[in-house]
Design a protein around this ligand. Sequence first.
Ligand code: SAM
Length: 227
Amino acid sequence: MEIRVTDDGSRTLMAPRYGESYHSQRGALTEARHVFLEGSGVARRLAEGLPTTVLEVGFGAGLNALVTLAAPRRAPLAYVALERDLLPAEALYALDYRSLLPDPAPADALLAWLAGVSAAAPARHVNELAGAHLELVLGDARDAVLPTGVHAVYHDAFSPDVNPELWDEAFLATLFAALAPGGRLASYTVKGAVRRRLEAVGFEVRKVPGPPGGKREVLVAQRPELR
Ligand SMILES: C[S@@+](CC[C@H](N)C(=O)[O-])C[C@H]1O[C@@H](n2cnc3c(N)ncnc32)[C@H](O)[C@@H]1O
C-alpha cells in the first residue's frame, strides 16, 4: 500500500478502494489528537479521572486508538473499535508508530497484538493493552452489536461520498443510541447533509475549529443531557 508522509511528519496510508487516505494529509497525528481525542472530550475526561468508554467507527490503521491509549489517564479506559477490512501488520509497521510518541511502549503493544489478530470476520478480539481494555470488532459496522452508555464516538469512516453506508440516518441513529446522555460524537466532516441527519436523529451539532494546519472546521455532535 502507498504510504504518504503528512504535513506534521507522521505517516498515513492510501486506501485504493476509496481513493482516500486513512488520515488527513495535513497531519495524521495532529488530526487524531485534535479531532478525535480532544474534540470528543476523551482527553479531558481521562485527565480528570472519569472512567471512559470510546466507540470508534473505522479502526483503520489504529492511529486514533494509539493516541487514546497513550493519553495521560487517571481513570480506566475501554476502547471498542469496528472494522471491516483489517490492514495487514506489515502495513501498520510501515507507519513507524514507534517513533511517533515519546514512549514507544503503547505502539509496541498495539502492533504486537494486531500482528496476531486474524483478519477473518466476523469476530470480536479482546485484550487488556497498555492498561486499557481494547476490543476490535471485525465485520460490517452496521451488523455489529454496539455497546451502550459510551462516552464518545470517534466517527472516522471514509468520507460520506465514498463510504455512504456509515453516514446514513439509520447508522447515525445506532450511534446516538450507543452514547450515554451528554456523550459526544467527533468527526472530521462538517458536510451539511451529515449535520442535518445527525440533528434528525437527536444530536446537538456544532462546528468547532479544526486542527492547526488542517481543515478550518470539524464537527462535534452531542447526545443531549437528560433534563
Ligand atoms: C478513515 S479510515 C479509519 C482510520 C482510523 N480511524 C485510524 O485511526 O487509523 C476508515 C476505516 O473505515 C473502515 N470501514 C469502511 N466501511 C466500513 C464498514 N461498512 N464497516 C466497518 N468498517 C468500515 C475502512 O476499512 C477503514 O479502515
